[in-house]
Design a protein around this ligand. Structure first.
Ligand SMILES: CC(C)(COP(=O)(O)OP(=O)(O)OC[C@H]1O[C@@H](n2cnc3c(N)ncnc32)[C@H](O)[C@@H]1OP(=O)(O)O)[C@@H](O)C(=O)NCCC(=O)NCCS
Length: 358
């Protein structure tokens, strides 16, 4: 076995791996990357980390974290990949390609439906089979909105019972399955602000999280609760931070999006991330099951040789690239490109909240 082959670090190597990542990705920060991604670098996930060493030095790394996502279609297993880095003096030697492929193997062996990552290196990841897909709505709140008075008490503090946050989080139709312990760890992420809205009986009505370590400054990437409490909460955050804020929302959060459009807020439609289908068979079975529930009795999506055939016997379409299949399943679909018969089937509802990005 070549010493340059990606492998999981030994327990004794983990501090060195984190030191390597902090040195390149978080120089001069007052915290470690391990604090930003508490579950990625926790001992139970060590087997899903990949490193390449040159002699006794770590020279490349990437992490995989499995997420179980609840959606209206049922559960999806997703492999989120992140902290992809090669030391500057070892770049362009194929280390990251090997490491990502190793992460994809972890994903496949772990029966993930698809892998996802967040990056602006589109060309780099396209070569590895990832495609920009899925949908995300960003609502940019620039002006301070004037809202009718309310009797909410708004706090900025991460000292909030994780169980109370979990109760509101549970109201989302789409998101990873979390425990109160998961939320407790997320609440400790550095360089992040937790805002909460309470009624006069001290009931938590809404929460919103801004920032996440080195990322998402000015972005509300996690929120939960009723729209009537979220709106004054966002207005408060805009005022408190004294800067433009951007609320990130899944496209199915229709009521919130409709209300925020009236503030006014600038609305941008973006992608959920760079997605690569890992287990086509699983994914196609879930989609077919959903099609049956929707009454699409003859619908099929299946692999045929190198291609994917999708539709009914009378309107079968052949997709020849992975990118086309990924875009069909996760969207977005530019106006007029999706057969109207499948408007309830595609894109499949999929969303990953900010705390779960890797
Ligand atoms: C991006 C990065 C991880 C690439 O690592 P690497 O080990 O040099 O990459 P590889 O040598 O495996 O490159 C694989 C392929 O991608 C290409 N590639 C490398 N860096 C690229 C970049 N920044 N943009 C586009 N393509 C790139 C290579 O030319 C190679 O192409 P080929 O297969 O046609 O020969 C590395 O430059 C890095 O650590 N950058 C800083 C951290 C970062 O931006 N991480 C990504 C966060 S998601």
């Amino acid at each position: 076995m070549s010493t340059n082959e990606p492998r999981a670090p030994l327990e004794s190597e983990v501090p060195e791996v984190i030191g390597f990542l902090d040195h390149i990705l978080r120089p001069n920060r007052g915290w470690s990357i391990a604090a930003e991604y508490p579950q990625v670098f926790a001992p139970p996930n060590r087997e899903n980390l990949r490193i390449v060493k040159d002699g006794d030095r770590v020279i490349a790394h990437a992490a995989t974290k499995f997420l179980i996502i609840k959606t209206q279609l049922g559960l999806f297993k997703v492999a989120a990949i992140g902290s992809v880095v090669t030391s500057p003096e070892h770049r362009n030697l194929g280390h990251s390609r090997d490491i990502i492929n190793s992460c994809l193997q972890i994903a496949e062996e772990g029966c993930a439906d698809f892998a996802i990552l967040w990056s602006d290196l589109y060309d780099f990841y396209r070569k590895l089979g990832f495609e920009l897909a899925g949908r995300e709505v960003s609502l940019v709140i620039d002006a301070i909105p004037t809202l009718p008075p309310n009797d909410l008490r708004i706090l900025q503090s991460s000292k909030v019972a994780p169980e109370a946050v979990l109760r509101l989080y549970g109201g989302h139709p789409c998101g990873t399955i979390r425990t109160a312990e998961d939320i407790r760890r997320h609440l400790c992420i550095p360089n992040s602000r937790t805002y909460t809205a309470w009624d006069k009986n001290n009931q938590l009505l809404a929460y919103a999280i801004e920032g996440k370590g080195a990322d998402l400054k000015g972005y509300i990437h996690e929120w939960g609760g009723g729209v009537s409490a979220l709106l004054p909460l966002f207005a408060h955050i805009r005022k408190d931070l004294n800067q433009r804020i951007t609320v990130i929302a899944p496209s199915h959060a229709e009521n919130l999006i409709r209300q925020l459009r009236q503030w006014p807020a600038l609305v941008h439609e973006g992608y959920l991330g760079l997605i690569r289908i890992v287990n086509e068979r699983n994914l196609f079975l879930k989609i077919t099951r959903r099609a049956r529930q929707l009454g699409l009795r003859e619908f099929a999506i299946e692999k045929q040789g190198e291609h994917v055939r999708v539709g009914t016997p009378t309107d079968m379409v052949t997709l020849s690239t992975q990118a086309e299949v990924t875009r069909l399943i996760f969207g977005p679909h530019p106006d007029g490109t999706l057969n109207p018969a499948y408007k309830d089937l595609f894109p499949i509802p999929m969303w990953i909240w900010g705390w779960d990005s890797v």
